[in-house]
Design a protein around this ligand. Sequence first.
Ligand code: FES
Length: 135
Amino acid sequence: MKKFETHVRNIEEKEKNLLEILLLAQGKFGSLSIEVIEYLSRLTQINVQEINDTIEFFDFLDKGERIKNIKVCSGLSCSIKGGKNIYQTLRSTTDETKVKISLVKCMGKCAYSPNLTVDEDSYTEIKLEDLKDLY
Ligand code: FES
């Protein structure tokens, strides 16, 4: 891992050389899963959406077995307006081998509580009956 990180850190103009970085990562990890994308984002300081867009553009990049990543806001406003119930419902009704569910702190959209994200998509004023259409 250290060798890979050193190699990537030594690449100049990382955004221009993102494809090279993605090919290196694919060689190292086998595929470019959400977890790999988040790791690369931290390593390169390139945002997740840009990395994901590049992967989607090139058919030869292996997205692997993508699991959905749902983040439910656990801030006060969202919790009061049903976020806690949404989180518990998702946890009890979702196959967690295909969907990763986690709590995050305030998403900064308190006026539209409760909030959650599915991968890069944001959803506001979520109701329990909306959950079946999320993914
Ligand atoms: S408390 Fe959920 S967005 Fe602020």
